[in-house]
Write a protein that binds this ligand. Sequence first.
Ligand code: MG
Length: 161
Amino acid sequence: MEDYRTKCIELLKERGVTIEDIADCARFLQADYHVDLKLEELLESVHSVLSKREVQHAIMTAIELDKLAERKVMEDKDLEAILLRDEGLYGVDEVIAYGICNLYGSIALTNFGFIDKKKYGIIAKLNDEGKGTGRCNTFLDDIVGAIAASAASRFAHRWVK
Ligand code: MG
């Protein structure tokens, strides 16, 4: 069984997302509950989330679809146009993100909804980048939000123990 964690970190980096960016989002989600939270404390949780096979599969799928749309090489041109427009009613990107959050319980799901609305940090950057630039981050912004939300949830649960 191959470990795709390093591969996924590289894929994210290639699309402009570092694990520090994701840890920063996770810290933002936990900031109301813990004072002086250090980025390093959340980095460990991000690494742990990235170690899960289902998360790795979601990342690989999401980034591949964004890249195919961006290069305009999809067979279905309607779908390609929907992805390039990041159409509001297209929700499959969020469904893939829920797949990640579901591994980390209800706190992950509510965190995801929150950061998706707030568009904090790297998520805002990805969102802006995907607007009329030919760049497609339709799946990536949700994946990043889901990893941050899951890392924050994992952190919250471990703190209680
Ligand atoms: Mg999206």
